[in-house]
Ligand binder design. Structure first.
Ligand code: CTP
Length: 416
């Protein structure tokens, strides 16, 4: 019976194993064996560099399947797309500095890189290279880009390297890579990681800008990273994602439809126009509560003295969504709260006042989390009195936890 405890842990799982050109390529044979023993169907893609270190016959013997190497073989069957789509998880062991660079930039010049570009499954990379290469700013930057995109980097370890060197750069042992593969698979959840398939999710992100004159504005410190992480993760989990973004330098995550706005009023118009078309609205944007009553048509000149600026209230988009929805459970409304004191008490009051279902609470008095930093720590409150703390983690991980709560809410709104 499938899933019975005596079944091997990866029974029927399709694993794509990429082997690139490092001396550690010989250890990939051991990883292939661990995967096969656990019941996985393993497709090995051996790059030209990898083939210098270990032969295809070794992997064919272990996996019982043909090893692929060239993108130009078997063009008609679209090998790279087929392999990428079929995989439940991909692991590159060892992953050279060049491989990291190619994947970070989306280059696709051989079968492994084209396959990984076509794959939507979790990807695990086990970097292996000389210490200087691992510590080079280019490699560091590539590793950060990949991690932000959700790629799992396992290792490298510290130890003996090729040519008698020693230091960080040694590939992790096959057992460790095997564990990273099983963890990445488990993290996809019961629906194979696509628990938002068929859901339409609208996310707002970034800080709005309220013009004072043609060159100046009132703004805030929101970077947009939390909202963009939510958009990326929601799309990966199968949602149709619309992102309404206030000005930010961030790149649009793959598969996300983006609309750029500048002011709170632009955002208000864009959100209200879509509110009936979506299942969930996540208001991660930091919306200016006030705007200058009038933006000066020309640049304000210093020699005319300090201008008197009158501020007027902007629409409260979330509160308006709450009111417009009334007793209707859709769209599920997720708000954010930035608080500095009596955090939980103020947040509970905000949740009720805005008529939201879930509130993601940031304590913005903390310096290691929240605005302009990579990590975040939040408190999740729901309308029924539930609370959960998400410990300091990357904004992607926090996004995963927020969306877990959204999925629960989508599945049981009638209890609200
Ligand atoms: N929000 C909104 N429209 C506004 C102000 C805020 O939709 N004009 C949304 C934000 O996107 C966020 C939530 O309301 O999801 C709470 O934002 P926050 O700044 O914490 O609260 P405010 O309502 O502005 O209250 P205060 O500044 O007094 O804490």
């Amino acid at each position: 019976m499938a899933g019975a405890p005596e079944d091997p842990p990866l029974d029927g799982t399709r694993v794509l194993l990429g082997v690139t050109g490092g001396i550690a390529a010989y250890k990939a044979a051991l990883l292939a064996r661990l995967l096969v023993q656990a019941g996985a169907r393993v497709d090995v893609v051996l790059t030209r560099g990898g083939a210098h270190f270990v032969g295809a016959a070794t992997f064919e013997g272990i996996t019982g399947r043909a090893v692929r190497g060239e993108v130009w073989e078997d063009i008609a069957s679209g090998t790279h797309v087929a392999l990428g789509r079929a995989a439940d998880v991909a692991v590159v062991y060892p992953a050279t500095a060049h491989t990291l660079a190619k994947l970070a930039h989306g280059l696709a010049d051989d079968l492994l890189s084209t396959t990984l570009l076509a794959a939507t499954c979790p990807v695990v990379l086990a970097p292996a290279m000389h210490t200087e290469m691992w510590q080079h700013p280019a490699t560091r930057a590539n590793a950060v880009v990949l991690a932000e995109r959700g790629v799992v980097l396992v290792g490298p370890d510290e130890g003996e390297l090729m040519g008698g060197d020693a230091g960080p750069g040694r590939v992790v042992e096959p057992e460790m890579a095997f564990e990273a593969v099983t963890t990445a698979l488990a993290a996809r959840g019961p629906a194979g990681g696509r628990d938002l398939a068929g859901r339409r999710v609208l996310i707002t992100a970034g800080g709005t800008r309220e013009p004072l004159d043609p060159v100046r504005y009132l703004g805030n410190r929101s970077s947009g990273r939390m909202g963009f992480a939510l958009a990326a993760v929601a799309a990966e989990r199968g949602a149709e994602v619309e992102l309404i973004a206030a000005p930010t330098e961030l790149a649009t995550p793959p598969g996300v439809t983006r609309t750029d706005v500048v002011t709170a009023r632009d955002m208000h118009t864009a959100v209200m126009a879509r509110r009936r078309a979506v299942d969930v609205i996540v208001k991660a944007a930091a919306v200016a509560d006030f705007r200058p009553e009038q933006a000066a048509p020309g640049k304000l000149k210093k020699d005319r003295g300090a201008p008197a600026v009158t501020l007027v209230a902007n629409p409260d988009i979330l509160a308006e969504l709450g009111t417009a929805r009334g007793a209707d459970p859709r769209p599920v409304l997720v708000g954010f709260a930035a608080e500095t004191d009596a955090v939980e008490e103020h947040a509970r009051a905000k949740l009720a006042a805005k008529g939201a279902d879930l509130l993601v609470v940031n304590d913005v008095s903390a310096t290691d989390a929240g605005f302009e930093v990579e990590d975040n720590r939040v408190l999740l409150l729901d309308r029924r009195g539930g609370r959960a703390e998400v410990a300091l983690a990357s904004k992607r991980t926090v996004a995963e936890r927020i969306l877990d709560a959204v999925v629960v809410w989508l599945d049981a709104p009638e209890q609200g």
